[in-house]
Design a protein around this ligand. Structure first.
Ligand code: IMP
Ligand code: MG
Length: 247
């Protein structure tokens, strides 16, 4: 797997150290901000990324035959989520956040994101008051999005909506229309994953963890017909498993 930070075409890779004579120059505030603004704010997993060999990671025995590879290991998900929490707290400027978790697929990401925000709240001079709510959306059968998005639960207006994955964007656009009927002061959407797909409506969340290839992914609460939520890493589902767990 070749995962890389998405950069504008003229930007250099972020991990490459500049030569000694440029280091001082690059550490000036303006240049640093300029360099950061040229970086896209998500981590891109390339289309030709085949992921990591399953045998290098701990995967439940009952799923070993069903997965092609590990595409995003749990540790990397956590590291990226920690940074999203920092960006959100910085942008919210102390405003009260009603964090709305989109179940079921968003529950792991939501819980980890909230933990990181809580840690920031506990350890800095500035903090954001936080309350949580939960909503359940269902639009998928097998590996296909259906046109019917079912909404269950949720009784508060939302400022921050935590989601597992955006594919076509239909589910999120439906939810945003519903939320906007309640005239919230502000709605921000955080999605761990956005799929690069020709089926996309063009919708982009406000915060994105990773941009991923157009493959069916499971694990870290993402499911295929309710299976694979009990898997820590995000993995590529095999075609054989799509048949095996078909409803
Ligand atoms: P959208 O409405 O097409 O954006 O679909 C988003 C929803 O479809 C997500 O909330 C998931 O429930 C589901 N989904 C889309 N792609 C995947 C995937 O690769 N794995 C698991 N669920 C997915
Ligand atoms: Mg699902």
């Amino acid at each position: 797997m070749q995962s890389r930070r998405a950069l504008s075409p003229d930007a250099k890779g972020p991990s490459r150290s500049p030569p000694a004579d440029r280091r001082q120059h690059e550490s000036t505030d303006t240049d640093l901000k300029d360099r950061h603004s040229r970086m896209a704010s998500y981590l891109e997993i390339a289309d030709d990324s085949e992921g990591h060999d399953l045998s290098l990671f701990c995967v439940p025995k009952h799923y070993e035959e069903d997965l092609d590879s590990v595409i995003i290991p749990n540790g990397l998900i956590k590291d990226r989520t920690e940074r999203l929490a920092r960006d959100i707290v910085r942008d919210m400027g102390g405003q009260h956040i009603v964090a709305l978790c989109v179940l079921k697929g968003g529950y792991k990401f939501f819980a980890d994101l909230m933990d990181y925000i809580k840690t920031l709240n506990q350890n800095s001079d500035k903090s954001v008051p936080l309350t949580v709510d939960f909503i359940r959306l269902k639009s998928y059968s097998n590996d296909q999005s259906t046109n019917c998005v079912k909404v269950i639960g949720g009784d508060e207006l939302s400022a921050l909506t935590g989601k597992d994955i955006v594919e076509t964007g239909k589910t999120m656009e439906t939810l945003l229309n519903l939320l906007n009927e309640c005239h919230p002061k502000m709605v921000k959407v955080v999605s761990l994953l956005v799929k690069r797909t020709p089926r996309s409506s063009g919708y982009r969340p406000d915060y994105i963890g990773f941009e991923v290839p157009d493959k069916f992914l499971v694990g870290y609460a993402l499911d295929y017909n309710e299976y694979f939520r009990d898997l820590s890493h995000i993995c590529i589902l095999s075609d054989r498993a799509k048949e095996k767990y078909k409803v």
